[in-house]
Design a protein around this ligand. Structure first.
Ligand SMILES: NC(=O)c1ccc[n+]([C@@H]2O[C@H](COP(=O)([O-])OP(=O)(O)OC[C@H]3O[C@@H](n4cnc5c(N)ncnc54)[C@H](OP(=O)(O)O)[C@@H]3O)[C@@H](O)[C@H]2O)c1
Length: 340
């Protein structure tokens, strides 16, 4: 009698610790929830839906004579913001890193708004040295700054190190925003109680908790994740500033513009931009809440808040376990202060 051939057995052992499985599932949940929530709310159709609740009178206010500083003002949401503020009579200082692109943007805004009080300031926000020299130059004007819009930002997909030794996304999105705000405080104080700092963050932060690994030194670098982490820092910093400088008459607001079709998105998120062709917001729609925050009476606004489509929005997605991470902000502020 012939015996049956031995059965080939294929045994694959997957060793995965419970904590990495939990982290994997948590990250998957954050991304899925963000994607679904974003698709329903951050696109153009979300803007059109939310705009049914907008009060047109909110945007009819003028701010003649108020001094507004807008970073990254030559393109996309920053350009639309500078244009919107200039068309309502503000004196606008457009902070751009490139002189030619800046001059071109200034002259377009001057001619389309007939407001001559639109000026170019050249500064590379990825350099603390440049920010220090810009702010000390600017302080010589000795003018009150009513509105500072921290808009300059980028999503660099590869790991790029600046000449000052910092990871580029962090350098512009976090360190640039931090230094600019801290160094402009004396001029903001001059316009109290009306002063406000508006930081253009992103809904991308919903996918990331606050982390002290500011330069993404641990793990494999991901530009998208670093961008989300940077935007989370901006939102937590806004809370911290509101708490720290509440008695100085300065309001601090972070906001999400939604998903807008801008040169930055086309360059850094080409696939995303193509897959949502025709569904993205315009730069003007992206800038709408920035301008709204600049125009509203401060009593109507919550300092330290995160805004989206002219309303305060949650800083956390449900079950995303990002809330407690904000406790790390003091240690992050200490690190950022070491650059000043
Ligand atoms: N568009 C969206 O869907 C979206 C969504 C969420 C959040 N945001 C945020 O919105 C803000 C504006 O982005 P955008 O979409 O309008 O992109 P954008 O068209 O690329 O505009 C970004 C602006 O920032 C400037 N900038 C970049 N690096 C700089 C540096 N080192 N120094 C000074 N300026 C610098 C750019 O100048 P150059 O022209 O010289 O590069 C440009 O003026 C960013 O903070 C972004 O994170 C955008």
């Amino acid at each position: 009698m012939q015996s049956a051939p031995p059965k080939a057995t294929l045994r694959i052992q997957i060793r995965i610790s419970l904590s990495s499985l939990a982290m994997f599932l948590l990250k998957a949940w954050r991304s899925t929830a963000f994607g679904v929530y974003g698709y329903l709310n951050f696109t153009k159709s979300g803007f059109l839906e939310h705009s049914k609740n907008f009060n047109p009178e909110d945007m009819a206010r003028r701010i003649d004579g108020k001094n507004c500083v807008v970073t990254g003002a030559n393109s996309g949401i920053g350009y639309a913001t500078a244009h919107g503020l200039a068309s309502r009579g503000a004196t606008v200082y457009m902070v751009c890193r490139n002189k030619e692109r800046g001059e071109d943007a200034v002259s377009k805004i001057q001619s389309s708004t007939s407001n001559r009080n639109v000026h170019l300031e050249v500064c590379d926000l990825s350099s603390v040295h440049d920010i220090k020299s810009f702010t000390s130059r600017f302080k010589e004007k000795d003018i009150p700054v009513h509105v500072l819009v921290n808009n300059a930002g980028l999503l660099e997909n590869t790991r790029v190190i600046t000449s000052e030794g910092n990871e580029l996304n962090f350098a512009v999105n976090v360190l640039g925003t931090y230094c600019m705000t801290e160094l402009m405080l004396p001029l903001l104080e001059k316009s109290q109680p009306d002063a406000r700092v508006i930081t253009v963050a992103s809904g991308g932060m919903y996918t990331a908790p606050l982390t002290t690994d500011l330069q993404f030194n641990s793990g494999e670098f991901s530009g998208l994740e670093q961008y989300a982490r940077n935007k989370r820092v901006q939102v937590a910093l806004t809370e911290k500033w509101a708490e720290k400088y509440g008695d100085k008459g300065i309001g601090f607001y972070a906001m999400h513009p939604g998903w807008a079709e801008t040169p930055g998105v086309a360059k850094s998120l080409a696939g995303f931009s193509k897959s949502l062709e025709g569904k993205l917001r315009t730069s003007e729609e992206g800038a709408d809440t920035v301008i709204w925050l600049a125009l509203q009476p401060k009593e109507k606004l919550v300092s330290g808040g995160f805004y989206f489509d002219r309303a305060e929005a949650s800083k956390h997605l449900p079950f995303a376990a990002t809330k407690s991470s904000h406790d790390a902000i003091d240690s992050i502020v200490d690190t950022l202060n070491s650059f000043l």
